[in-house]
Design a binder for this molecule. Structure first.
Ligand SMILES: C[S@@+](CC[C@H](N)C(=O)[O-])C[C@H]1O[C@@H](n2cnc3c(N)ncnc32)[C@H](O)[C@@H]1O
Length: 273
């Protein structure tokens, strides 16, 4: 078995993460679902969702495609418990959740039509191991779907350079903890290196025009609560400075005169037939 810990595990398992994942899904899902339709999700029978968290993606996918059988797996048992509470089998029969490691899952070779990995790889020092596991789990011709972060794609019309530079300043410090904040753009290359074919990128742009400001600001508030101290400590910054920068971003998101956006990369590929 691989080492189970990773650099930002404490933050990933902080109670604020539940709110983060909910706000993110509220914002992203309406723009993501049409992308998934185009990628063939409506025709799949089986999906493994690796690092499923509280099931915000798996639950929505089960609602959208009732014939799809979805198996969510997460390292953190509390997230698995929450996922089962939020998406109970009695109401969402297509989805089930279990505790486990995405680098060494309990499932048979070639048992899934698709594997999804959302908001996970940037936080792991050994993302390649998760992609190798996805490759193993897929049927020949099956689809891997990765939605990963690249925090350089978060653009805010915030007053003042410090707030605008927050994630750039945080990046070198978080790299020491195995987190790459600019990883999203590398996913295309990673999928190709892992042997997937037909690799494509569907950019998804969530912004303060096409989505509500409130969930965007709520997400940033949960990020602040879960990550400000971690960033400050890792980067050797005054926590008050980091909190103030997050607050400036939250105010920007709530200011009807100011525009902000988040560019995400939905990257997919096929296991060779
Ligand atoms: C930011 S959350 C994303 C949750 C979900 N995919 C979503 O889109 O809402 C990342 C999740 O990955 C899980 N995780 C991290 N390393 C993992 C591993 N090796 N195996 C399974 N889950 C892992 C964490 O516990 C956390 O729940």
């Amino acid at each position: 078995m691989p080492e189970s810990g990773y650099g930002q595990q404490e933050q990933m398992e902080d109670p604020s993460m539940e709110g983060t994942l909910r706000a993110q899904a509220e914002m992203i899902w309406p723009l993501e679902q049409p992308v998934l339709e185009r990628l063939g999700f409506g025709s799949f029978e089986t999906l493994a969702d690796l690092g499923c968290g509280t099931g915000q993606f798996a639950g929505r996918a089960a609602g959208a495609w009732p014939a799809l059988r979805i198996h969510g797996l997460d390292l953190f048992d509390r997230h698995v418990e929450l996922a089962r509470e939020l998406w109970p089998a009695s109401e969402v029969p297509g989805v089930s959740f279990e505790q486990g490691d995405a680098r060494a899952t309990p499932w048979e070779d070639g048992s899934f039509d698709a594997v999804s990995i959302r908001h996970v790889l940037h936080a792991l020092p050994d993302a390649d191991a998760v992609l190798a596991e996805a490759q193993r789990l897929l049927k020949p011709g099956g689809l891997v779907y990765v939605l990963d972060e690249d925090y350089a794609g978060l653009l805010f019309d915030a007053p003042g350079e410090p707030a605008r530079r927050l994630f750039h300043d945080a990046r070198p410090a978080l790299a020491k903890h195995g987190t790459d904040l600019f990883r999203g753009r590398e996913t295309f290359r990673d999928l190709r290196a892992a042997g997937f074919t037909d690799v494509r990128v569907d950019p998804i742009v969530v912004d303060t025009v096409n989505t509500e400001r409130e969930p965007f600001a709520r997400m940033m508030t949960f990020w602040r609560d879960g990550y400000a101290e971690f960033i400050a400590e890792a980067a050797g910054l005054d926590p008050r400075d980091v909190f103030a920068r997050f607050d400036a971003l939250i105010e920007t998101l709530l200011d009807a005169e100011r525009y902000s956006c988040w560019l995400l990369f939905a990257v997919s590929g096929r296991r060779p037939a």
